[in-house]
Design a protein around this ligand. Structure first.
Ligand code: 5AD
Ligand code: SF4
Length: 476
């Protein structure tokens, strides 16, 4: 059978784009000479870990072209890497674009680009063209790798360039990258989603599911480890569907075992598994692993079988509970977190009670609770019985408070334990403390200095502060 998608990096495309980076470098250097200063670029990320990883790719390319990266949006090049999973993310981008326009009026060199999931929607493109003509470049999720080429075109023309593809068969992964953290990194193992949950826009904006070859993933992680990375987060919308389009049909647990063997790598995380695809082979794999972190993010979405069916989730309340309780029993020290949507069309308080019941029974270690957001083009958007905002608000608060109560209880259970903690940085509020992450994803703050950043150290969990701990280093 012919493969519909490439599973390996297209090395010719990589070479092409590298040559555009060189071209971009010449253009940026000329402009910098004229301006008598270095040019700055700011990449702003909205949304999920996939976008964060894509932003690292954009930053890498911009840095290679000679820009100095900054967090300040008053830069010479600003790119918004957008998210469209919920409408509030879109609204935020439109609001911020207005501010960028004001900056642009004072800086002739300034260029503005938009990319990411939002730009995959036709309505968005129309709106940008009509109401935000000062945007210089718009591209999508499928041609992110062609950014160097589009950048050069943008610099040579005065008109807005819009280049958004409906899909791609290509994987182009070896372009320069600037990692936000030297010690941890996301790694794309697959792209797209085939599940078509009726509320979700991801399958429309990220395209069909396609996996990368395991050897290429292992090779990428080996290089990251050689460069100082201790923890990787394997990224995919549906990681336990990994490998279905590969000639070798490598499964996700098989991939995990290959990655486990990489010397020097200390921690493996993954995001996100789909409940009904989480089989016993995964449980076995996690039980036998020394490196897979003790955290599973398992999106519930709703505890009502009736709503789950309307959401096109492929499990019932009972099946989810059976899996979650099995995970609790077989992997007792693994934290279970989830996503919950409140206010899906047709939902009633009876359905919310079912959701509350699942939260109560599973005692999630944490949960992201979202108000349903109507996404144009998804089946749920045209369902007749959209729920009144006032009801949603009350239900949301009830779900959130139970979630928080459970999270606090679960966190409190860890008191006085000694945990391995990867130190991620200086504490945001108190410079005498550092902040680190336990294997189960709980944050711990403790006295230490910047020299510890990137190390895995033992910390005694002394004071539980609700969702996080204050602790102290354990010597020896
Ligand atoms: N409205 C609200 N939440 C949504 N999510 C996805 N689509 C929507 C939507 N239309 C949530 C789901 C998913 C998480 C990433 O975002 O809970 O797991
Ligand atoms: Fe969206 Fe469902 Fe795919 Fe997750 S599994 S990305 S919620 S369609």
């Amino acid at each position: 059978m012919r493969e519909l998608f490439d599973t390996k990096t297209d090395t010719n495309e990589v070479k092409r784009q590298l040559s555009f980076i060189e071209e971009g470098r010449r253009i940026v250097s000329e402009l910098a000479d004229q301006a008598g200063r270095k040019l700055t670029a700011c990449v702003v990320t909205f949304g999920c870990q996939m976008n964060a990883r894509d932003s690292e790719k954009l930053s890498g390319i911009l840095e290679h072209m000679g820009y100095v990266l900054t967090d300040n949006e008053e830069a010479d090049f600003v790119i918004y890497n957008t998210c469209t999973v919920r409408d509030n993310a879109n609204q935020k981008v439109y609001g911020k674009l207005g501010t960028l326009n004001a900056y642009k009026k004072h800086n002739k060199l300034m260029k503005i680009a938009l990319c990411g999931c939002m730009t995959q929607e036709e309505v968005v493109i129309d709106k940008i063209q009509k109401s935000y003509p000062f945007v210089d470049l718009v591209f999508g999720t499928h041609n992110l790798y062609a950014f160097p080429e589009l950048f050069v075109q943008m610099m040579q023309r005065d008109l807005m360039i819009v280049d958004v593809w409906e899909s791609t068969t290509k994987i182009v992964e070896d372009l320069p990258i600037v990692r936000k953290y030297p010690f941890k990194s996301g790694v794309n193992i697959m792209f797209g989603c085939d599940k078509f949950c009726t509320y979700c826009i991801v399958p429309y904006v990220r395209g069909r599911e396609r996996s990368r070859e395991p050897e290429e993933i292992v090779c990428e992680i080996e290089k990251l480890v050689a460069d100082g990375v201790k923890e990787v987060m394997l990224l995919g919308q549906n990681v336990n569907s990994y490998g279905k389009n590969l000639p070798s049909k490598t499964t996700f647990p098989e991939l995990l075992r290959m990655i486990e063997k990489i010397e020097g790598l200390e921690r493996i995380r993954f995001m996100t598994p789909y409940p009904s695809d989480f089989g016993d082979d995964m449980i076995e794999c996690m039980r036998n692993s020394k490196k897979i972190c003790k955290h599973i993010h398992l999106p519930l979405q709703s505890g009502s079988s009736r709503i789950l069916k309307r959401m096109n989730r492929r499990y019932t309340k009972e099946e989810f509970l059976e899996l979650a309780l099995k995970l609790r029993k077989e992997l007792p020290d693994v934290a279970l977190t989830t996503d919950i949507i409140v206010g899906f069309p047709g939902e009633t308080y009876e359905d919310i009670k079912e959701t509350l019941d699942v939260i109560e029974k599973v005692q999630f270690d944490n949960a992201f609770t979202f108000i349903y957001s109507k996404r144009t083009g998804t089946p749920a958007a045209s369902m007749p019985d959209q729920v009144a905002e006032a009801d949603i608000k009350v239900w949301f608060d009830e779900v959130l408070s139970l979630v928080q109560e459970c999270a606090k209880k679960r966190t409190a259970l860890l008191k006085d334990q000694i945990a391995d903690v990867l130190v991620e940085g200086i504490n945001d509020h108190d410079a005498s403390l550092v902040t680190g992450r336990m294997s189960n994803n709980t944050l711990v703050h403790f006295p230490a200095d910047a020299s510890m950043i990137g190390q895995i150290v033992k910390v005694k969990l002394e004071t539980c502060k609700g969702f996080y701990y204050l602790g102290n280093l354990v010597n020896g």
